[in-house]
Design a protein. Structure first.
Length: 236
C-alpha cells in the first residue's frame, strides 16, 4: 500500500512532456494515453499540439500544458501575449513561459513590467489558467534566480520552473531549494531538465519541487516497483 501511495503521489506531480520538433507519428497520441492511464498532472507539449491534446484528454482530469516563447525567451512581449492567448483559446490549461534572461539580468524593472502585462493578459482570457515562469537557472547566478522568483511572486505566477531542458544544464537540487525558500509555501516549484529516474525525482521533491517536468514519466513510475523513498507531503 505504501509503494502504491508513493506512486500515486509522484504521478500527480508529473508534467508528462514531449517538446521535440519531430518524433514518431503516434508520439502525441501515446503521450496522452500514458498520461490518462497514470493520472499525471498534465501533458506538456508545443503549442501546435495543444488542440489535439485538449481533445484527447477531455474529461480525463489531465491538464494540457504548453510552452511560450520557447526555448530562448527572446520574443517581444506583444508576440508573447498573442502566443499565450492563442494557446489558451486552443485549450491549454497551463502555460510555461521562458523569462527574458537579458532583461532579468540587466533591466529587471522592465522584466517585471512585461511579465505583469503578460500575466494580466492571460488572466483576462481565463482566470483559472496556471502560469509558470521558466528561469533557466544554469544561466543565472543565485542572486538572479532569487530575483526571478521574487518577480514571479509579485506579478502573480503560480509556479517558478528551473529549466527548459534544452540549455547547458537542467534541474539541480540546490536551485530547487533556493526557489522554494524564495517563493515560500504557496507558490509551486517545477523541477525540469534531466529528471529521468525516480530517485532524482524524489530528491527534487524533497528539495521543494511540487511539479516534475519530464519526458520519462512512465519510467519514473515503473522505477517505483523496486525503488524506495520517503513519501512527501504534497504542496501546491
Amino acid at each position: 500500500m505504501r509503494k502504491a501511495a508513493q506512486t500515486d503521489d509522484l504521478a500527480a506531480r508529473i508534467d508528462h512532456t514531449f517538446l521535440k520538433p519531430a518524433g514518431e507519428r503516434e508520439a502525441i497520441r501515446r503521450l496522452c494515453e500514458e498520461a490518462k492511464r497514470a493520472r499525471f498532472a498534465s501533458v506538456c507539449v508545443n503549442p501546435s499540439q495543444v488542440a489535439a491534446c485538449a481533445s484527447a484528454l477531455s474529461g480525463s482530469g489531465v491538464k494540457v500544458c504548453t510552452v511560450i516563447d520557447f526555448p530562448l525567451g527572446q520574443g517581444t512581449n506583444r508576440a508573447r501575449c498573442f502566443e499565450a492567448l492563442d494557446a489558451i483559446q486552443s485549450g491549454a490549461d497551463e502555460l510555461d513561459i521562458v523569462v527574458n534572461q537579458r532583461l532579468l539580468k540587466y533591466a529587471p524593472k522592465r522584466c517585471e513590467a512585461e511579465l505583469l502585462q503578460w500575466v494580466r493578459t492571460c488572466r483576462t482570457c481565463r482566470t483559472s489558467v496556471v502560469l509558470k515562469l521558466i528561469l533557466e537557472c544554469c544561466n543565472l547566478t543565485r542572486k538572479e534566480i532569487a530575483l526571478g522568483c521574487r518577480i514571479a511572486v509579485k506579478v502573480g505566477f503560480d509556479f517558478v520552473k528551473t529549466s527548459t531542458g534544452l540549455a547547458s544544464g537542467g534541474a539541480r537540487e540546490r536551485d530547487v531549494a533556493l526557489m522554494r525558500r524564495t517563493v515560500g509555501p504557496t507558490v509551486g516549484v517545477k523541477a525540469a531538465g534531466g529528471v529521468r529516474d525516480r530517485e532524482t525525482a524524489l530528491r527534487m521533491v524533497a528539495a521543494g519541487a511540487t511539479r516534475i517536468g519530464t519526458s520519462a514519466g512512465t519510467k519514473l513510475l515503473a522505477d517505483g516497483n523496486g525503488a524506495s523513498g520517503r513519501r512527501t507531503t504534497r504542496r501546491k
